[in-house]
Design a protein around this ligand. Sequence first.
Ligand code: NDP
Length: 241
Amino acid sequence: MSEIPTYTPRSILVTGGNRGIGLAIARAFAEQGDNVAITYRSGEVPEGLLGVKADVTDAASIDAAFTEVEAAHGPVEVLVANAGVTRDTLLMRMSEEDFTSVIDTNLTGAFRVIKRASKGMIKLRRGRIVLISSVVGLYGSPGQINYAASKAGLVGMARSLTRELGSRGITANVVAPGFINTEMTAALPEATQKGYLDSIPAKRFAEADEVAKVVRWIAGPEAGYISGAVIPVDGGLGMGH
Ligand code: NDP
């Protein structure tokens, strides 16, 4: 009788996994049997996931969160750096605080969690790092100089990680969503939403689950030889960028 292959659950951590795209990503991993932890700052922890409090702008809270996840699920083998914010306004009106606070969450925040996760991954001699960027990182977007700079920075980060940690069995990739139906896009003015719809070849926004499935795949065994890549999930909006 041939043996039925069994899936070995991995320890997954998704930052900002309590809602939006992060929650869809966490659910996609949980669906296939992984042990999934999410970070959250306030509110409820979605059912079936381990919630650990953390603010990515605070290294001590990240360290405490990882310690909790490691105790419950073992060292984090898949890290999804998803937590992100926007503070949109045109350059002339953008304060230095508008700029630095977005960089601190989206870019330095990713650095903080990756640095903490890499310790365990190096010891394990395997790991998957997935950075949630955005189509605007390479495409550009008026009113989002801070956000686009933070998201473009993630590309250089993933590629440098690939060069630094590639020999340790660790991959680092960027997933760059276009417009996804979440609270973040719902907050955009209607005219802006319509403008984007007109320029997206697919003529629709995507659902968070469509991003989640790509993240799950890039962190899975079939994608083991992909590293330093930027995978767009944008209905063709950013083609060539
Ligand atoms: P949401 O605004 O719905 O969720 C953002 C998540 O990030 C929340 O879980 C939030 O936690 C968390 N977060 C924000 N700041 C911090 C912080 N300092 N520390 C810890 N967690 C924090 O966003 P989306 O789901 O739409 O976006 C998720 C990611 O995808 C972001 O990086 C975003 O830039 C990116 N993206 C989104 C697109 C879209 O169309 N929606 C398109 C392209 C990229 P809390 O609940 O505590 O606030």
